[in-house]
Design a protein around this ligand. Structure first.
Ligand code: GRG
Length: 305
């Protein structure tokens, strides 16, 4: 991995994007009964240039277990649909109130609030539809269970509620001042790491992973998820909207709880690097088969956008 140049690393990381984008395009085409405006809003947000990090994790986790990623493409798209729904809803005025996402106006700015809410709603159901239509029944059930758990009230949505609570949105801020690091870690475990862990679990399930392999994916997902969020916090301070395709310095300007806010930039980046090293160690059960996942983990801390 160390001998790879940055260009080789980037081309490996984007190697599955054309296959993922083509499947996302197929799954979001107009269907009878879906109003044209809704199809447009869904496709506007889904097909915008995202990094496709989560679908790539699904596919490589599957490949680690059964030497091929193709069977996991429906699961990869399902995770991306949930991710995009969460971005659309997070950008709404009632949540983070953002007007730029993936380098283009957010869904509610391009269309309107009601359409953005409904596009997000549709994407949740599209994820379930794709899993149950295009995977063998037993695998589909397990993938639905994983996705429901990690994107539901105790994880993605719960993490979002606690994040809003930490902003003081609902009145009293509980426990944040006494234990800011613990509170922050717990928010990000649910808001960011959960969907990353779900991606690896779903890829593993499609690839018929053993219990030990699934446990290794969980440790890896939790560690890179936290590292990903720490770097996201750092980039919010260090980067520009042109580079990130979304607004910057919003968190620090709002006095939001962030890793660089608590630890400073250098210590935050060190923490992220330590987490990535720990994540890579947790994949030892796969040996060289996990080289691509290890490369992706390194990208999480090296990324500039
Ligand atoms: C609305 C239920 C609900 C949850 C919202 C997605 C989210 C939770 C909040 C957005 C802000 C944020 C800091 C999320 C953490 C996860 C994250 C960094 C998302 C962005 O993921 P990328 O960088 O995005 O992979 P792309 O556009 O590349 O797919």
């Amino acid at each position: 991995m160390q001998s790879q140049t940055e260009d080789q690393q980037k081309s490996l990381l984007s190697s599955l994007v054309p296959a993922i984008d083509s499947a996302l395009d197929q799954y979001t085409r107009a269907v009878s009964g879906c109003p044209e405006r809704l199809t447009q809003a869904i496709r506007y947000s889904v097909l915008a240039p995202g990094k496709r990090l989560r679908p790539t994790l699904v596919l490589w986790a599957c490949e680690c277990c059964c030497d091929s990623w193709h069977a996991a493409l429906p699961a990869a798209c399902a995770v991306e649909f949930i991710h995009v729904y969460s971005l659309i809803h997070d950008d709404l005025p009632a949540m983070d109130d953002d007007d730029l996402r993936r380098g283009q106006p957010t869904c509610h700015m391009q269309f309107d609030e009601a359409t953005a809410i409904l596009a997000g709603d549709s994407l949740q159901m599209l994820a379930i539809e794709v899993l149950t239509n295009d995977l063998p029944a037993d695998v589909a059930v397990q993938c639905c269970q994983i996705l429901a758990k990690f994107s539901g009230r105790a994880n993605l949505v719960g993490g979002q509620v606690d994040d809003l609570t930490a902003e003081g949105r609902f009145g009293t801020i509980l426990q944040v001042e006494e234990r800011p690091m613990e509170y922050l870690k717990e928010i990000h475990r649910r808001k960011t790491s959960a969907l990353i862990e779900a991606s690896l679990q779903m890829g593993g399930v499609v690839g018929a992973a053993s219990a030990g392999q699934l446990a290794a994916f969980s440790s890896f997902g939790q560690a890179i998820g936290l590292a990903f969020q720490i770097i996201d916090d750092c980039l919010d301070v260090e980067s520009t909207p042109e580079n990130l395709g979304k607004s910057t310095r919003k968190d620090s300007n709002m006095g939001k709880l962030t890793y660089p806010g608590i630890l400073g930039l250098a210590a935050s980046r060190k923490m992220a690097n330590d987490l990535v090293a720990q994540a890579c160690d947790s994949l030892s059960v796969f040996g060289p088969k996990a080289t691509k996942l290890r490369t992706l983990a390194k990208f999480v801390v090296d990324r500039q956008s």
